[in-house]
Design a protein around this ligand. Sequence first.
Ligand code: NDP
Length: 251
Amino acid sequence: MSQAAAETPLKLKDRVILVTGASYGIGAHAALAYAREGATVILLGRTQDMLEAVYDRIESEGLPQAAVLPFDLGCNDEEKFIELADLIAAEFGRLDGALLNAGVLGQKAPIEGYNWAAWKQVMDINVNGQFLLAKSITPLLERSPHGASLVLTSSSVGREGRAFWGAYSVSKFAIEGMMQILAQELYDSRNIRVNTLNPGATRTSMRADAYPAENPEHLKTAADIMDIHVYLMSDESKHVNGQALDAQTVK
Ligand code: NDP
C-alpha cells in the first residue's frame, strides 16, 4: 500500500452496516466495499454458504470481522423480523446504516397473464419484507451516534412503468413511495436519512435473467458502482435525504 493510501482516512470506520442480499450480486460487492472502508458488515441472505464465502473474503483481506445472518425476507412472519432486530441489538447494539438491496425479479409477463402466486412472492420479498425489516430496525438505526443511513434499492422501472415488468416494477414503485414516507418521518425527528438507489444495468444473475440475449461484457460490474454505495453510507451524504439516486446513467 502506498503511503498516501495508508493515510487516507477510512470513510466507514467503526460503522455497523446491515446489507441484505449480501450472498451474491450487488449486495456482496457492497458488503466488501463497506468493509474495505472500515465497517463491520452484517451479511443477510438465504444462502448460507454464499454468505460464508463473502465472510471469508472479508476475513482474507484482514478487514473487520463480518457477521452472517441467514434470513428469508419473504417469510411473511413479523415475529421473525422482531427476533432478527433483537439479535442485531444483542450483538452490536445499533446500526449506522442498512442497504436493503435484496430483491427478486419474478415473472416477465403482461399483467393480464401474470401468475398470482408469482405476483404474491415478489410482493412478499420486494415490498412486505422491506417494510417489516425497515420497521424492525428503525430503533437500531436511531441509536447510531453518527446519524444513520437507510438505503432502499430501486430500479428504473420503479420510476417509470414498463410493459411486461409486472410485479417487479410495481414493487419498486412501492419502494420509492416507502422511501418518501420514511424520509419525512425519520430525518428530522430520528436523525435517519432515507434514500433510494437505482443501480442501473449491472452484470449480475438478475440482469441475465431479465435480458438473456444481452452480452454481459457490455455492462458495468457491481464493483464499478461502489462509489455511490459508499458515499450514501458515509458522512459525505449526511444531508442527503428523500432522494431517488442513480448509480449510473445506463438504466
Ligand atoms: P441478484 O439476483 O444477483 O441478487 C439478489 C440478492 O438478493 C441475492 O443475494 C439473494 O440471495 C437475495 N435475496 C433474494 N431473495 C431473498 C429473500 N427472500 N430473502 C433474503 N435475501 C434474498 O440481484 P442483483 O444483485 O442484480 O440486484 C440487487 C438489487 O438491485 C435488487 O433489489 C434489484 O432489484 C436491484 N437492481 C438490479 C439491477 C441490475 O441490473 N442488476 C438494475 C436495477 C435494480 P439469496 O438467494 O441467498 O437469498
